[in-house]
Design a protein around this ligand. Structure first.
Ligand code: ASP
Ligand code: MG
Length: 428
């Protein structure tokens, strides 16, 4: 017997038929002898609609009422799934955030989960084989009001519930069947990863792979919750139910998992040098031409930017030819470009530069892998591969498990494909 959390997103509960399909996935696990808690999103489109109605009602609205409204989508889906499960002879009940309770901070619209008491849910699983059907995305603040966790927050609820009830695994069912070495729309022979470490997944999620919410991966890493991505479109009846032995002998068992397991590095036997290649189009570059090459200039540029809450990612300062003037290039999220330019212009006298150039037709390409901690040459291979294709690198950043380069947007597909091949990630 394993204890599992099954999370289904908006497309998986989009209508009654799809919710019946979810019920079949749940039934398979119950029949397999498992204890199950389900976390659901609202039907796809519902949350958007609720937000729209709120804005239409009043653009300047009370954030507490916003939460009361937008949290309601999940109330519908958990009730419906519970009714369907009951009609199949399965003991099930729905739980809203406040009923458990899922205690959160009181930052309405972007609350953080602080504490979940899992005792009652565990007791009912053990004594009555009851399935807990839990509303994702919502919680209860200390002021007694309903909160929501921010868009996509049900992934976070699922991981937090898994930690609270000490689940063996938290399966995130979605419309893809796992995490891939890169975007299969660019590289059709991208490989589905069997396992990936929390840290790599965190980099992938924050660098543009949209399968899991970054916050949920962070939470899983902190609480050591095994997380998996799998497809809700696989046949719910023929899939093999999770078994306890999947976790007692991790080196063999869990490889049967149909999706991708996100777990501790130690649980991954054959570590690839590079596990994934991501890209992010959401970048903008700013160049300050002819700034003085003297101490203190960087601080005069980047302090006001950080005070304006703008995240600067890559920074390159050119070598100054005459020892007096140089150029400084840095990147910011595309959505913050206008704000960044304004901050620089407002501080023009203090910084001192000849002109500002900016561009958004650039992308950041990253190669990620915990294997690079112990192997040299990963970055060199990246640069060589791009050089062979005649792709110019505008800027570079590295971390322990990642190398990112900034290139012209027109080369995105060429670069991703060439790198995917260079690191031997193509499916043969
Ligand atoms: N329903 C919420 C949203 O659309 C939460 C979620 O789906 O994860 O953002
Ligand atoms: Mg989602």
């Amino acid at each position: 017997m394993a204890r599992i959390v099954m999370k289904f997103g908006g497309t998986s509960v989009a209508d009654i038929d799809r919710i019946r399909n979810v019920a079949k996935h749940v039934k398979r696990e119950i029949d397999g002898g498992n204890q199950v808690a389900v976390v659901l999103s609202a039907m796809s489109g519902t949350t958007n609609q609720l937000i729209e109605w709120t804005r239409e009602a009043s653009p300047m609205h009370d954030a507490r009422e916003y939460d009361a409204i937008v949290a309601s989508g999940e109330q519908i889906t958990i009730g419906l799934l519970s009714v369907i499960l009951q009609s199949m002879g399965i003991n099930a009940r729905s739980w809203l955030g406040w009923q458990i309770p899922i205690k959160t901070s009181n930052i309405h619209g972007a609350a953080r989960i602080e504490d979940i008491d899992g005792t009652e849910i565990i007791k009912r699983m053990q004594n009555e084989s009851q399935v807990a059907v839990i509303a994702g995305f919502q919680g209860l603040a200390s002021d007694g009001r309903i909160t929501t966790l921010g868009r996509g927050g049900s992934d976070t609820t699922a991981v937090a519930i898994a930690a609270a009830i000490k689940a063996d695994i938290c399966d995130i069912y979605t419309d893809v069947n796992g995490v891939y070495t890169t975007d299969p729309r660019i590289v059709p022979n991208a490989k589905k990863l069997n396992r990936i470490s929390y840290e790599e997944m965190l980099e992938m999620a924050s660098l543009g792979a949209k399968v899991l919410l970054t916050r949920s991966v962070e939470l899983a890493m902190i609480h050591k919750v095994r997380l998996a991505v799998r497809s809700s479109f696989e046949d719910p009846e023929t899939a093999r139910p999770t078994r306890d032995s999947d976790f007692t002998n991790l080196t063999t068992g869990i490889s049967n998992h149909p999706g991708t397991l996100v777990c501790d590095e130690d649980e991954i036997m054959e570590q690839e040098l590079v596990s994934g290649i991501t890209y992010s189009k959401d970048e903008a570059k700013v160049t300050l031409v002819n700034i003085s090459d003297k101490p203190g200039i960087s601080a005069r540029i980047f302090t006001p930017l950080s005070e304006a809450n703008i995240n600067v990612d890559m920074i390159v300062q050119n070598v100054s030819e005459d020892g007096k003037y140089t150029n400084m290039t840095f990147t910011v999220p595309e959505g913050d470009l206008d704000k960044a330019l304004k901050v620089i212009e407002d501080n023009a006298d203090n910084i001192g530069y000849e002109k500002i150039l900016s561009a958004t037709s650039i992308v950041k390409i990253s190669v990620i892998g915990v294997g690079m901690r112990s192997h040299a040459g990963v970055a060199a291979k990246m640069f060589e591969t791009l050089a062979k294709k005649g792709i110019n690198i505008i800027a570079i950043t590295t971390s322990e498990i990642k190398v990112s380069v900034l290139i012209d947007a027109e080369y995105i597909e060429l670069a991703v494909r060439a790198l995917h091949t260079a690191y031997d990630l193509d499916v043969n």
